[in-house]
Design a binder for this molecule. Structure first.
Ligand SMILES: [Zn+2]
Length: 90
């Protein structure tokens, strides 16, 4: 698909709407995990889990790891369009 088709065709609009929907659903899912974590176990922590393949970007690779759920500056998830990372409670 050409750059102009992406922005002007019906197919391009569908692709953009699907990306937006995925971003909203994935963002809601990850926000819910962060809110629920303390109730699951006060000693729990959060793991920023990447897809762990060659397509993981520098931003997500840098964010990967363990976080205390009381951390006030948790990385946003999704970190970008088509981000496949997620929070796990551990
Ligand atoms: Zn990511």
């Amino acid at each position: 698909m050409s750059q102009s088709d992406y922005w002007t065709s019906e197919q391009g609009t569908i692709i953009r709407l699907e990306a937006l929907a995925q971003d909203l659903v994935w963002g809601s899912y990850n926000e819910t995990i962060v809110v629920l974590a303390p109730g699951v176990d006060p000693n729990s922590f959060l793991i920023y889990q990447t897809a762990e393949d060659e397509d993981v970007c520098e931003i997500c690779d840098g964010n990967r790891g363990e976080y205390d759920f009381t951390e006030t500056n948790l990385p946003d998830l999704p970190a970008h369009v088509n981000c496949r990372c997620e929070w796990y409670i551990a």
